[in-house]
Design a binder for this molecule. Structure first.
Ligand code: ZN
Length: 276
């Protein structure tokens, strides 16, 4: 369970360097990073949703960008001594040195409009947002925090799937997190899943689709196996827009597609609906 006096880190808004330019990968529109940031990283011309990390999502969601980050002391370990192109231990070291995030998900708590809530947000830049035992443990503790404080939970998914270097330990996290989410259901505490580009593998096959509301950003690729694997397996061409959020909404897998500019308001409204 969560300790009441747990040490917390409060993060302040990051400064964007002036004069940096960026190009939209969808329509080639060029603007400054500052302009893009002011538009919550949605292309001002074509509404393409740029990939962003937990820092940006927390800033979009939490009132006045004020939040506490929890469970940062839980770190990955190479307990299987796994080696592919390099050893998992070395890969972890390199990733820690390269980024200022400590694993593929960050858990934060704070106020979103009138709701005190917990947001777990994946970071793709940390080994592809892969689901390892740290993500599982942080999410399990986040659920405990929600139970203790009767706070709703939002998980923002952005992941290539399970972390192969942790093998079955990684897959076990699916059952562990799903079990924790059912405790939230029993306690009638809302859970919303937000699927962003990309959400693949075990995530979309388990807790990514277990929300009281499963919502997604426009144009996000969401699926279990990727389109190339499916095409090679069924030996057929795939329909247009296959695995995009609009396709999933049409086929009943999603409840709602939410433009990032409306994300905060929509989350607050959905929570108000669930609470009433
Ligand atoms: Zn664009």
């Amino acid at each position: 369970m969560v300790q009441k006096n747990q040490k917390r880190n409060t993060y302040q808004k990051k400064e964007t360097p002036e004069g940096l330019w960026t190009k939209c990968p969808n329509c080639n529109y060029i603007c400054t990073v500052t302009e893009l940031r002011e538009n919550v990283f949605v292309c001002p011309k074509c509404s393409f949703h740029h990939r962003i990390g937990s820092d940006e999502y927390f800033e979009i969601l939490f009132n006045d960008n004020k939040y506490d980050v929890l469970y940062e002391n839980i770190r990955s370990k190479d307990f299987l001594h796994f080696t592919d192109l390099k050893s998992y231990g070395k890969r972890l070291e390199e990733t820690w040195n390269k980024t200022d995030i400590t694993d593929s998900i960050r858990i934060a708590t704070g106020e979103v409009r009138e709701h005190h809530m917990v947001v777990g947000c994946m970071d793709f830049e940390f080994i592809g947002g892969s689901l390892g035992s740290v993500m599982g443990e942080r999410l399990a503790r986040a659920a405990d925090y929600c139970l203790l404080h009767r706070a709703p939970l939002l998980i923002i998914c952005k992941s290539g799937g399970a972390r192969m270097m942790e093998s079955a330990f990684s897959l076990m996290q699916l059952a562990k997190v799903s079990a924790k989410l059912s405790q939230l259901t029993d306690a009638r505490i809302p859970y919303i899943s937000l699927l962003t580009d990309p959400s693949f593998g075990g995530i979309s096959a388990s807790f990514g689709m277990l929300g009281d509301f499963n919502i997604a950003e426009p144009g996000a690729l969401i699926g279990f196996a990727g389109p190339r694997v499916i095409r090679e397996t069924i030996k057929k061409d795939l329909p247009e827009g296959f695995q995009r959020s609009e396709f999933l909404l049409e086929h009943g897998f999603l409840d709602l597609i939410v433009n990032r500019k409306e994300l905060k308001q929509k989350v607050a409204t959905l929570l108000a609906l669930l609470k009433s």
